[in-house]
Design a protein around this ligand. Structure first.
Ligand SMILES: NC(=O)C1=CN([C@@H]2O[C@H](COP(=O)(O)OP(=O)(O)OC[C@H]3O[C@@H](n4cnc5c(N)ncnc54)[C@H](OP(=O)(O)O)[C@@H]3O)[C@@H](O)[C@H]2O)C=CC1
Ligand SMILES: O=C1O[C@H](COP(=O)(O)O)[C@@H](O)[C@H](O)[C@H]1O
Length: 500
């Protein structure tokens, strides 16, 4: 059941001295506090390094000033934070953690509600879940919920093993698997655009849609995460989770009700319809890339193989482009093209829905430039929607020109737009699991991705590095669409300022 009143909870953050806690979690809890969406709460930070409560509170304040950009009531906010130095692999200190939790529960009247937020390396996820149960931290009168960060496994097998471990302590409806893309405003908007507009849903199928393109490009390189990324690559890091989640939202059937269960079950059905690939078909549907040195924003940047903790002969992909086919009645024959990569020319996530030309266009096609109708969903950094239509060119004799109808979130209340983590934390406190991934979605996504990664790992890509930093990726990504008579819509030109 979703609680609508101000939720109360004791939030235990495992990994409270880490990067995620500092950059995302503390500022998000602060914003909920500042907006008075929560008032009865306490946070226990857990990590190994020795810190007093005062030192930890000072770190929290520092994070708010740096990443939330405000300091109103920051002392009062930080006073809700406590610290417990604890090695999560040792069972003894969970007993002290339980004592702290029980004390804070009664001090702040938290009704026994507990959130266990795992902001740590994934190898600890299973142990923590088992220990909090064994040491009695989950024996509480209120709710107990596990919020778990990515990566959720490395393959279907490892994800299954992890899932079985955490299920010994938490039921599926108590597990909140974070996919931060599901907290983004415009990702949440996909359903509304589709299902609240009479003009789209009737056209949302293979009769009217030519292809759908999902691009998530980054300018950042692998930074300090070489150790993790070497074992992950772009396929596991971005496609298995964020990109397939966006595809599921675009492809799913309308749910019969807007409940967590119904929405998830439609997403699962869409993921089940993904066309599986045999080994010898992978190259037909997917291409991979790895960045070389290049120039980005005027500065010289190193290639992937020169990054710290990266093998100088690495076979890891930093770019993926693929063609997904969804073999069901609605989508038969419509390719969903996806691409994502690091060190590309711009930071941008966009969805472009390209509609088919209508026969009338033969009549109006007076110029080679006649534009197909496009619906562009701008996920980030700009947020909004653009619809590209054709209209009469002023003063000419029935010549057409593309025109845009644009909506930008910037113009409304962007300042108050909650960040992804803020929404997701709030949802987990309210018991709304809609924007978290269910095990069935995770399992299907891994099975799909495994068929590609197993093949890629067994074959050395001799062309690596195959794209320069600061570009749109390897040529093979363009060729993938050219084979079908399509091409990528250039995301940098499909902006909300009217350029196309
Ligand atoms: N950073 C980000 O932006 C994102 C991170 N994530 C995920 O979030 C998780 C955390 O990432 P991030 O914050 O970057 O990682 P960090 O390496 O910055 O932080 C790791 C944390 O774990 C603690 N820790 C490590 N070993 C132990 C141990 N044995 N017992 C107790 N505490 C321990 C560390 O503190 P200490 O050394 O004091 O013990 C530190 O607080 C990962 O799963 C990552 O994939 C997901 C998306 C984005
Ligand atoms: O999960 C991840 O996402 C980020 C990209 O997130 P965004 O919100 O900035 O688009 C990516 O950089 C990172 O490698 C990956 O682990």
């Amino acid at each position: 059941m979703i609680e609508d009143n101000k939720p109360t909870a004791l939030i235990m953050i495992f990994g409270a001295t880490g990067d995620l806690a500092k950059r995302k979690l503390f500022p998000s809890i602060y914003r909920l506090f500042q907006k008075e969406q929560i008032n009865k709460f306490a946070v226990v930070g857990v990590a190994r390094r020795p810190l007093s409560n005062d030192e930890f509170q000072a770190n929290v304040k520092d994070s708010i000033l740096t990443f939330a950009g405000e300091n109103e009531k920051v002392d009062e906010f930080a006073s809700h934070f406590y610290y417990h130095s604890h090695d999560v692999s040792s069972s003894e200190s969970y007993i002290q953690l339980k004592e702290i939790a029980d004390r804070l529960d009664s001090h702040y009247q938290l009704e026994g509600n507990r959130i266990f937020y795992l902001a740590m390396a994934p190898e600890f996820f299973g142990t923590i879940a088992e220990q909090v149960k064994e040491q009695g931290l989950t024996d509480t009168n209120g709710y107990k919920r596990l919020v778990i960060e990515k990566p959720f496994g490395h393959s279907f097998e490892s994800a299954l093993e992890l899932n079985e471990q955490i299920r010994t302590a938490f039921n599926e409806d108590e597990i909140y698997r974070i996919d931060h893309y599901l907290g983004k405003e415009m990702v949440q908007n996909i359903e509304v655009i589709r299902f609240a507009n009479a003009i789209f849903e009737p056209l949302w199928n293979s009769r009217y849609i030519s292809n759908i393109q999902v691009t998530s490009s980054e300018t950042l390189g692998v930074e300090e995460r070489g150790r993790y990324y070497e074992k992950s690559g772009a396929l596991r890091d971005m496609v298995q989770n964020h990109i397939l989640q966006m595809v599921a939202l675009l492809a799913m059937e309308p749910p019969i009700r807007l409940t967590t269960e119904e929405i998830r079950s439609e997403k699962v059905r869409a993921l089940r319809s993904l066309r599986p690939m045999k080994k010898d078909e992978v190259n037909q549907y997917f291409v991979r890339g790895q960045y070389a040195a290049g120039t980005l924003n005027g500065a010289q940047v190193p290639g992937y193989r020169e990054e710290p903790m990266v093998d100088p002969d690495s076979n890891t992909e930093t770019f993926v482009a693929g063609k997904l086919m969804i073999d069901n009645f609605r989508w038969a024959g419509v390719p969903f093209y996806i691409r994502t990569g690091k060190r590309m020319d711009i930071k941008s996530t966009k969805i472009v829905v390209q509609f088919k030309d209508i026969p009338m266009n033969l009549y109006y096609k007076t110029e080679e430039t006649l534009h197909p109708n496009l619906l562009v969903i701008h996920i980030q950094p700009d947020e909004g929607i653009t619809l590209l239509l054709n209209a009469k060119k002023t003063g000419t004799n029935m010549k057409s020109t593309p025109v845009q109808l644009s909506f930008s979130n910037k113009g409304t209340d962007r300042i108050n737009t909650p960040e992804a983590y803020e929404r997701l934390l709030y949802d987990s406190m309210r018991g709304d699991a809609t924007n978290f991934t269910h095990w069935d979605e995770v399992a299907l996504s891994w099975k799909f991705v495994d068929s590609i990664s197993n093949y890629w790992e067994s074959t050395k890509e001799t062309s690596f590095p195959n794209y320069e930093s600061g570009t749109t990726g390897p040529k093979s990504a363009d060729e993938l669409l050219e084979k079908d008579g399509h091409s990528w819509w250039p995301v940098e030109n499909l902006d909300l300022e009217g350029n196309c």
